[in-house]
Design a protein. Structure first.
Length: 118
């Protein structure tokens, strides 16, 4: 069974850093695109960054370019989101998603809370 488990969220001051992890189990990631999304209270879920597991091509939302970095560890089947210079507007629940285009299959993790506050 496909499963994604996020971790690494927490409370950080503006300008601080966090690293989120998305650990996959029950499937191999080779043909997937793994994305990080976030949803703040009262707002729609938005895409933050994604990585194509095979080849490693990455994309970022304009709002996080230069501050966030997505990466993967093949051996651990884990995708990371390194978040630097965090701003209050980055506060949200962050979700990991695995998407398999060939069958339009989408799997979500349970989310991890990121709070940016002084």
């Amino acid at each position: 069974q496909l499963q994604l488990v996020e971790s690494g969220g927490g409370l950080v001051q503006p300008g601080g850093s966090l690293r989120l992890s998305c650990a996959a189990s029950g499937f191999t990631l080779d043909d997937y695109a793994i994305g990080w999304f976030r949803q703040a209270p009262g707002k729609e879920r938005e895409g933050v960054s994604c990585i194509r597991y095979r080849g490693g091509r990455t994309n970022y939302a304009d709002s996080v370019k230069g501050r966030f970095t997505i990466s993967r560890d093949n051996a651990k089947k884990t995708v990371y989101l390194q978040m630097n210079n965090l701003k209050p507007e980055d506060a949200a629940v962050y979700y990991c998603n695995a998407y398999l285009a060939s069958i339009s299959s989408s799997t979500w993790g349970q989310g991890t809370q990121v709070t940016v506050s002084s």
